[in-house]
Design a protein around this ligand. Structure first.
Ligand code: ATP
Ligand code: MG
Ligand code: MG
Ligand code: MG
Length: 571
């Protein structure tokens, strides 16, 4: 430590609010350059490298291959995907000397799709998963808490390419499992929650949230069922995906009068050409309704799962109508039917003005609305996301609201997003026409997953979850050093004894931080607590009797051992 490029600070930095930020600055791990822009000093860089190592090991374990793409990127691919516009002010844009537009990559779906397109052209090449550990740039509206929300930060981003939906499901699962191993090894307490798709577009998506009061994400959890979701997602959470495979195209079935459960079953039976029961029908049927002789004007969906629905309720929701199964095209053409979900905004956008019949059945909110002419439409919302005061307006889910799966009440808590797994689908392979040839020489389009881990953020998250009032407390897997040896004895023999101990520990393969400074024991102990190595060995007063003291920074336990046995005990 007499040579280490390190200055610890006694006072908290003025701009720091959360503990991890204060401690990482005070302990000399990071230094601020500008809002959301930080330097890594030796100890901080060592932790960052440790997190990267764990992430790389687990990514390599699932067969992902590391590559590295530039952070400085041309505008064109992002123009093609429309993200040059969609990303808005969050994108760092610049121009080169010739006036060409460039950007600093905030995430790399475009470039990975193009990279695979450039190299692969046969089904034999798939599946493939690529990743990088790379610096990302986002002009965050509120950079915060030091490296927790930076404008420059390190992310591990990976991208899977599969030819089938089952393949994508497997790649997604592999990543999800790898993330569980990563966060377990890093000693992070976390929950996995359903997430919205955000700017990336696509369908199945989950977030890993580190449990923390200083987190910016609020999630809700149902203790009874284990259901958990980001509150952002509860608003738009879709019921179970509706299978389109094997459905005939928009077969119309006329119902004689008001649809009943029986008539829906009958319609499904005719369309599917086999027997169906009511719960199956209600799970899978997509219904399109029109007034007799009128235009198709209402779109409804089947009910996800066995809901308490009876004919009366159905009757209240429908005018006399025809019922049809919709095919995927119809689905896409109906802007207010979003993956089996009709949201209040969509209802509003489609002329619904009055909420006439809100109710919660098994945790699912039903909305029956009417437009200005008194015509009924109905929607189905997972979770409670409207206020029943005559307007249909989205509202956040709250503590005590029923869980969408009906199992019990929701409890809310806060978290920090540390990972995100995402079944993207073909959004980017479509945008860049990534086609490869199948067994029969026909072009097929790969489907993508994208998966991120906040590598630099994790350094702050671990510090946030593992500290006390005295300082940091690194878990062994990520600590900058395995052992911190402190000389707290002016005696020349004690110094030699400490030096020998450091050498033996190093020879045994441990990474040792040696406080050989000419400072007082008090200063050294304070620093050792602030810096937070998991094990501190004090060569102090007891050395005269042949003993050293082992202090466990995590448990706070300390005990004396004979110096000759120290290495064995530590190992
Ligand atoms: P957040 O909701 O916190 O803004 P995000 O959803 O925008 O994160 P993703 O696009 O999913 O982030 O990126 C993958 C991971 O990168 C996130 O799960 C997070 O851990 C990390 N990350 C995102 N933004 C930042 C940032 N500004 N600073 C540090 N890490 C970040
Ligand atoms: Mg963000
Ligand atoms: Mg997020
Ligand atoms: Mg995210």
């Amino acid at each position: 430590m007499s040579h280490l490029f390190l200055r610890t600070l006694r006072d908290d930095p003025a701009d720091a609010e959360v503990p991890s930020h204060k401690l990482l600055v005070r302990a000399g791990y990071v230094r601020r350059i500008a809002p959301g822009i930080y330097s890594w000093l030796p100890l901080g860089l060592k932790v960052l490298r440790q997190v990267e190592r764990v992430v790389r090991e687990e990514m390599n374990n699932i067969g992902a291959q590391e590559i590295s793409l530039p952070a400085l990127l041309p505008r064109e691919p992002y123009e093609t995907s429309n993200r040059w516009t969609e990303y808005g002010a969050g994108l760092f844009r610049l121009q080169d000397r010739k006036g060409n537009d460039l950007l600093l990559g905030p995430t790399h779906e475009e470039l990975f799709a193009l990279t695979v397109k450039g190299e692969y052209n046969s089904y034999k090449d798939f599946p493939v998963t690529l990743y990088q550990v790379q610096t990302k740039y986002r002009d965050e509206e509120r950079p915060r808490a030091g490296i927790l929300r930076g404008r420059e930060f390190v992310m591990k981003d990976s991208y899977s390419f599969d030819l089938t939906d089952e393949g994508l499901t497997q790649s997604y699962k592999a990543h999800r499992d790898a993330y569980e191993r990563i966060f377990a090894r890093l000693g992070v307490k976390y929950v996995i929650v359903s997430a919205t798709s955000g700017a990336m577009g696509g369908s199945a998506s989950e977030e890993f949230l580190a449990e923390s009061e200083v987190g910016e994400d609020t999630y809700v959890r149902c203790v009874e069922s284990g259901y958990a979701a980001n509150v952002e997602a509860v608003k738009t959470l879709a019921p179970a995906p509706i299978p389109f495979d094997g459905l005939p195209e928009a077969v119309v079935h006329d119902t004689p009068d008001t649809p009943t459960i029986d008539s829906l079953v009958e319609a499904s039976r005719q369309i599917l050409g086999r027997d169906v029961d009511a719960s199956e029908t209600l799970k899978n049927i997509l219904v399109k309704v029109r007034q007799p002789g009128g235009e198709w004007e209402l779109v409804g969906i089947g009910i996800p799962g066995d809901r308490e629905v009876d004919d009366k309720r159905l009757e209240a929701s429908f005018e006399p109508a025809e019922v049809a199964l919709l095919d995927e095209t119809d689905f896409a053409a109906n802007p207010f039917l979003v993956k089996g979900y009709i949201g209040p905004k969509a209802l509003l956008a489609n002329g619904v003005r009055y909420l006439v019949d809100p109710r919660v059945v098994d945790g699912t909110s039903w909305i029956t609305g009417a437009d200005e002419n008194g015509k009924h439409v109905f929607g189905l919302v997972a979770g409670r996301d409207f206020v029943a005061d005559g307007t249909v307006e989205a509202a956040e889910v709250r503590d005590g609201d029923p869980s969408p799966d009906g199992a019990g009440p929701l409890v809310s808590a806060r978290g920090i997003e540390i990972g995100h797994v995402f079944q993207l689908g073909r959004k980017y392979t479509d945008a860049f026409a990534v086609d490869v040839l199948n067994e029969n020489g026909k072009p097929v389009r790969p489907t993508m997953g994208s998966y991120g881990v906040g590598v630099s953020r994790l350094v702050a998250v671990i510090a946030e979850q593992q500290h006390d009032e005295k300082g940091l407390r690194w878990p062994a897997e990520v600590a900058p050093f395995d052992v911190h040896v402190v000389i707290a004895n002016k005696d020349e023999q004690a110094r030699t004894g400490a030096e020998n101990l450091v050498e033996e520990l190093s020879n045994a393969g441990l990474d040792v931080l040696f406080d050989d400074r000419k400072a007082s024991p008090g200063v050294k102990f304070k620093d050792s607590e602030l810096l937070g190595m998991p094990l501190v060995v004090v060569v102090g007063r007891g050395f005269a009797d042949g003993n050293v003291e082992l202090r466990n920074r995590i448990t706070g336990e300390s005990n004396e051992v004979p110096v000759g046995e120290a290495v064995r005990v530590i190992l």
